[in-house]
Structure formats: C-alpha cells, structure tokens
Design a protein around this ligand. Structure first.
Ligand code: FES
Ligand SMILES: [Fe+2]
Length: 353
C-alpha cells in the first residue's frame, strides 16, 4: 500500500468521518490463501477470513471469551477454516459461532460480533450502519465476467481525507480540466439520484504523451455509478480505437483521519486495434489484456495522485461559494446527507411519526 503524507493538515469534513454505507475490506484473492486479515476499518478493529467453502466472515477483532485481540500479531490464526484465538484456543466458524474450545464444550452464547459482507466481482465489502443498524440498501449486481476482458487488478493509496470529498469528483466537472488537463468536458445526461444511487455521465478528451513528445488524443465517454460514499464504478468507452475499461474507486475511512482509496480496473480488448500502440497486437490476447490492465491501473493511480495533492490538503467548506456552473455540487451534497446520523434520525422520526 502506498502512503502519501501531506505537508499540511488534511481534509476536515464537518460531518462524521464514518458515513453509512458499503466499504471495501479485502479482495477475495487475498482471502483465498487462508489468510487472516486484520485492519482498522471505519474506526473499528476488524478481522476477515474465508473458509474452505468460500464463505467470508468479517468480525470485530476481539474474542468474546476474555477479550483477546484476534489479530494475527497476537498469534490468532485460521485452522481448517476456523478462526482460533491465541489466548485460550477458542475456535470460531464463519457464522461467528464458537464451535470448539480445547478444554470444555463451547459456551452456547459465545459469538463474534459480525458485519454483513457482500462479494462484488471478487471484492469484499462490509456494511457499516449508523448505530450498528443493518443494511439499508444494497450494492448492484456485479458485471458478469465476459471473454475479451482482463482480470481485475487493485492498488490502494492511503492519505488524509474523507470519502465525501473523493466521491465529489464524480460531479465536479470543472476540476477535470484544471487538475487532470481534460478538454471538451461535456455532461451527456442530467445528474440522476435515486436513494443511495447517483449517476453522472460526461464525455471528455485527453491527450497522452509518450516519451514526452508524441501526443495521442483519446475521445472518451464515461458513466459513473455511485452507491454511497464507498463505492463508485466508472465505465469508460474510448471511441476512436473502441477501447473499454472499468474503474472502481473505493474510499474506505480508516481511523477518522485517513482513508484507503482502493482503485480497481479491468479492461476490454481493442475493437479497432489499428490505431492502438503498435506491438500490443502481436501479443496473445491474455498477455495483451494483462499488460493493458497494468497500464490502466498505473494510469488511474497517476490521475488520482493529482487529486490527492488537493484532497489531502483541503478543508471542508460547509457553505461553499459556488458559481452557476457548480449546481450539481449542491445536489451532490444533498444526496450525501442521507449517510449521516442527523439526516438518518430525521428520516426515522418521519417514518415513526
Ligand atoms: S480470550 Fe480468546 S479464547 Fe480466551
Ligand atoms: Fe479527479
């Protein structure tokens, strides 16, 4: 994981650093090896693992017996698909139940505190509910794997920030020109919001330089699907060479100050490869896709690093001074309110009343 330290104080949103939603925890590939993952996730210590049947368990990282940490650093480990506490050897299956202890029958009520999880195209997300409430909405169906597309590849960047600020990028079209150098940025459909879902569509042109000289212009259509502040999926289509790619931008608050921004990409093969970079067409398809996806992820990380320069040093402006072209930021801010306590409590009072 790459850590970026700003030279000044980082983002300070007025709202809670932990808005409600689905947040990335780990990739299935990381869990497949019988690994026990421990992390600080939305201010909580959690462990995640997977059994032989592929069932994933995400739990609070403390043993209900006498409170030992279940982090691998303490000696906790996965044996035969069960989490074994290092302190007295209590064993937990992926339903969170204590199923064995080394010296007596397991206490009937011994259970781990669990988080609801969802596997989305091999990426595991956990639900973080206000006051521990259950999932209020769900992530969409994952795209079905199709031939002619690469596998999904990830990278994670850590920096001081807030998921509302990173997700705001999807509606802030003006920054695309100034921060990323895109041209002809044009909204192609009205911003659409439906509950926890937000859809933002725009076209843009970008010029990439190879070795600092040769400029190749790309003409791109992008469609961004946002489901809460921890999950954005951007579908790209480049028109001149028929190149398609998908980028996931997954913001996960760590400890109230930093966020882990996981970028995941996968790419489709060129439909019209003639204009594509010479040499790639001689590679067999799987090798070509792998190489293209490596490049796509590297490029995405480079773009996001341009944003991080801003994000990690900005402060949250509760009442921004917007101009006429910034109307969508107002709509976005309203959309965000549902993920914070005050708004959620207002909603609950309305339902009860
Ligand atoms: S604290 Fe975990 S088994 Fe005792
Ligand atoms: Fe950006």
């Amino acid at each position: 994981m790459m850590r970026i330290q700003p030279t000044q104080a980082g983002s300070t949103a007025a709202q809670s650093p932990f808005p409600e939603g689905w947040y990335f925890v780990a990739s299935r590939a990381e869990l497949a090896t019988g690994k026990l993952i421990h992390k600080t996730w939305l201010g909580e210590e959690v462990v995640v693992w997977c059994d032989y049947q592929g069932r994933v368990c995400m739990a609070e990282a403390y043993c209900p017996h006498l409170g030992s940490s279940l982090a691998p650093e303490t000696g906790a480990k996965i044996c035969a698909g069960r989490l074994v506490c290092a302190f007295h050897g209590f064993q937990y299956d992926t339903s969170g139940r204590c199923v064995a202890t080394p010296y007596a029958p397991p206490p009937k009520t011994a259970r781990l505190r669990l988080y609801e999880t969802r596997d989305y195209a091999g990426m595991i997300f956990g639900w973080w509910g206000l006051g521990g409430r259950p999932a209020q909405w769900h992530l969409p169906e994952a795209p079905v794997p199709v031939s002619g597309w690469s596998d999904i590849r990830h990278t994670t960047l850590r920096f001081p920030g807030h998921p509302q600020e990173t997700t705001e990028n999807s509606v802030d079209l003006a920054h695309l020109r100034y921060v990323h150098g895109y041209e002809n940025v044009t909204r192609t459909a009205k911003l659409a919001i439906d509950g926890a879902y937000l859809l933002s569509c725009f076209d843009f042109m970008g010029t990439y330089r190879v070795a600092g000289v040769l400029g190749v212009t790309f003409d791109v259509t992008s469609v961004t699907h946002v489901y809460g502040l921890g999950f954005s999926q951007v579908d790209f289509e480049e028109r001149s060479i028929g190149y398609r790619a998908r980028l996931w931008v997954l913001s996960t608050p760590v400890d109230g100050k930093s966020i882990d921004l996981t970028l995941a990409t996968h790419v489709g093969d060129f439909e019209r490869p003639k204009r594509a970079i010479i040499g790639l067409s001689f590679l067999p398809l799987p090798a070509r896709l792998k190489l293209m996806n490596r490049f796509a992820l590297w490029k995405a990380a480079k773009y996001v690093e341009e944003d991080i320069v801003i994000w990690s040093r900005k402060r949250y402006v509760e009442r921004p001074l917007l101009n006429r072209a910034d109307g969508e930021i107002v709509a976005y801010r309203r959309y965000c309110e549902q993920f914070y306590k005050e708004q959620a409590q207002r909603d609950e009072r309305r339902i009860v009343g």
